[in-house]
Design a protein around this ligand. Structure first.
Ligand code: F6R
Length: 605
């Protein structure tokens, strides 16, 4: 999952390439590079690390040229260094690439037999050398098609040609690619977000499509080289979201605006006058839904797990959850009365998109719950329920997780009502409680000071455990994931009742164990599991909505979140855990918005 940008213009492009690459950094930030064409030479500049480094290089030695391509990398083949950074250029061709060429080793061997030399360890360089070879006998478009035929895998590319100084060619197979239009300037980008600062007119390539951009024109071809037309989409505003204001980083802004996120989301779905939920046009009539399968990756998967408890509590529908990378390879029995719900912040996650494609091939109904409504997953699903969270820039997902949970809760409630499985007064009560949620989130955010103190307990820890039961179990998983990704500390999330089946062996004197125990039907059971940990010397950090239990001599540290509807407590309990991961990472001086080895949008398998 890397980021691609290409610009053809009547003025120098390097500054705009840099600013687009900065927007694309959420896709990868191991290394960066750009190539422009000036004085009939390909001028390549690359660095390891962030786009900022590339900017410094350009500042010392500017790149001219009215045409260029750029790239941010998240390493798959070859370590992140300058040599492996994109673009990968020959004398006459320069290529940026996102995705994986699965047969690159084979192609490489063939090319080496012909005496071709490789400079990098990447799979991308085979594309450069294949196109270079084809250009001896073909024009650029034919050379690209000829090359594409030889490649296996899922990818998107942007290509610059030394002897064709007016064109950039883009091609998509699997990985997303968009084209943007402006006056005397056209763009190629991994997604619309990269292009948003330059245009709001976008077309999307479909699988197998190829495009040729000049500054005045864009032509599209399908995989059979037949010319095709593309719909132009008008993008909505960013509403200045890419500004972190007075916050230290995007993640803290995103955590602290969650009451607003919740308010915006609830406003979109809850009818204020009628105390009802405005969700219509179900792809399957709710009374006919036989089973719901919730699918996602990482944090999005945790929202699916949380929702499973809601669907089971509120409806009689059978519910299943799956991790997209598992779902896509299972031997599934599809049923036209099953509803397949895909949850993804970015809407571009390769595994989730592939799982959705499998459902489409099996002609079953799909729903997506996304933040980016222009995304591949949103465009490919039968039904889209946006979370309305606004762009999430911090790589670790916070406000989007909250938005996903809210939409899933609302959906469970609506399905229950439509199937007459919830009494009207309970339905209205749940909606009222939902409307109170933003205020309760705001109140919960006040725990920050206590969380800061709690964070100190992790500084010398070897690892940590997060325990919960019922709907607090996925929240424990999410708390552990946040801590891992932000602070690089080992953390395990576990159902509290499972401890005695193995993980208890990990408990030793002073190990931080976060126990998430709202006052629900599991409360007493969780306390018993906590005693098992205390007996073995674990250091208990207790998160609850029950004040009384905080006073316990065996609890090292206690935190209380406000009381609300039991069903909604997972949403409130998430917040101290986000803050905990954030503050441990701050204490450890980690890069909060861009944790090591990660990327915001995982567009490779
Ligand atoms: C963790 C995180 C990831 C994503 C996962 C899926 O903080 O952000 O685990 O949740 O990569 O991404 P989306 O939601 O874009 O499909």
């Amino acid at each position: 999952m890397c980021g691609i940008i290409g610009i053809v213009s009547n003025k120098p492009v390097s500054i705009n390439i840099i600013s687009s690459l900065k927007r694309l950094e959420y896709r990868g930030y191991d290394s960066a590079g750009l190539a422009t064409l000036s004085k009939n030479e390909i001028n390549e500049k690359k660095c390891s690390g962030r786009v900022e480094e590339l900017e410094k290089i350009l500042f010392k030695s500017p790149s001219d040229g009215n045409i260029g391509i750029g790239h941010v990398r998240w390493a798959t083949h070859g370590i992140p260094n300058v040599t492996n950074a994109h673009p990968h250029s020959s004398e006459i061709v320069s290529v940026v690439h996102n995705g994986i060429i699965e047969n690159s080793d084979e192609i490489k061997k063939d090319l080496e037999k012909k005496g071709k030399k490789f400079k990098s360890q990447t799979d991308t360089e085979v594309i450069t050398l294949l196109i270079t070879e084809a250009l001896a006998n073909h024009n650029p478009l034919d050379s690209v098609f000829k090359t594409l035929k030889k490649l296996k895998g899922s990818f998107a590319v942007g290509i610059l040609f030394k002897n064709h100084k007016d064109i950039i060619i883009g091609a998509r197979r699997g990985s997303p690619l968009a084209v943007g239009y402006s006056n005397k300037e056209n763009y190629l980008g991994s997604d619309s977000y990269a292009l948003k600062s330059m245009t709001n007119k976008i077309s999307y390539l479909d699988d197998g499509d190829v495009c040729i951009l000049t500054k005045d024109n864009v032509e599209f071809y399908d995989s059979n080289k037949k010319k095709i037309n593309k719909k132009v989409h008008l993008l909505s505003d960013d509403k200045g979201i890419s500004d972190k204001g007075d916050y230290k980083n995007f993640m803290s802004k995103e955590i602290f605006e969650q009451h607003v996120t919740a308010k915006n989301c609830i406003k979109e779905y809850v009818d204020n006058l009628k105390e009802d939920i405005n969700i219509f046009n179900f792809p399957i009539k709710p009374s006919n839904i036989n089973k719901i399968t919730l699918i996602g990756c990482g944090t999005a998967y945790h929202s699916c797990l949380t929702a499973k408890y809601w669907f089971e509590e509120l409806t009689k529908v059978d519910v299943e959850t799956d991790i997209a990378s598992e779902f896509r390879y299972r031997n599934l029995k599809f049923n036209e009365n099953n509803l397949y719900i895909f949850v993804s912040q970015s809407g571009e996650t390769a595994d989730t998109a592939a799982a959705l494609d499998i459902c489409k091939k099996n002609k079953v109904k799909t729903c997506s719950i996304v933040n980016v409504v222009e995304s591949t997953i949103a465009r490919n699903s039968d039904w889209v329920l946006p979370i309305h969270a606004g762009p999430e820039i911090g790589v670790a997902s916070t406000k989007a997780f909250l938005g996903q949970m809210i939409v899933l809760f609302i959906l469970a409630l609506k399905i229950s009502k439509s199937r007459s499985e919830i009494a009207n007064d309970l339905y209205i009560k749940k909606i009222k409680n939902l409307k109170d949620l933003p205020a309760k989130i705001k109140e919960t955010l006040k725990v920050e000071h206590n969380v800061q103190l709690m964070a100190k307990e992790f500084l010398n820890a070897k690892g940590s455990m997060f325990l919960g039961r019922g709907s607090s179990y996925p929240i424990a998983l999410e708390g552990a994931l946040k801590l891992k990704e932000l602070s690089y500390l080992h953390a395990e999330g576990y159902p509290a009742g499972e401890m005695k089946h193995g993980p208890l062996a990990l408990i030793e004197e002073g190990l931080p164990v976060i126990v998430i125990a709202p006052k629900d039907k599991y409360f007493e059971k969780t306390l018993s599991n906590m005693q098992e940990v205390i007996a073995r010397g674990g250091k208990i950090l207790f998160i609850t909505n029950n004040l009384k239990e905080l006073i316990n001599e065996n609890i090292r540290f206690g935190l209380r979140v406000p009381v609300l509807d039991d069903s909604l407590s997972p949403i409130l309990l998430t917040i101290p855990l986000q803050l905990l991961a954030y503050h441990v990472a701050l204490l450890k001086n980690c890069d909060i918005d861009k944790p090591r080895n990660l990327a915001k949008s995982v567009t490779v398998e």
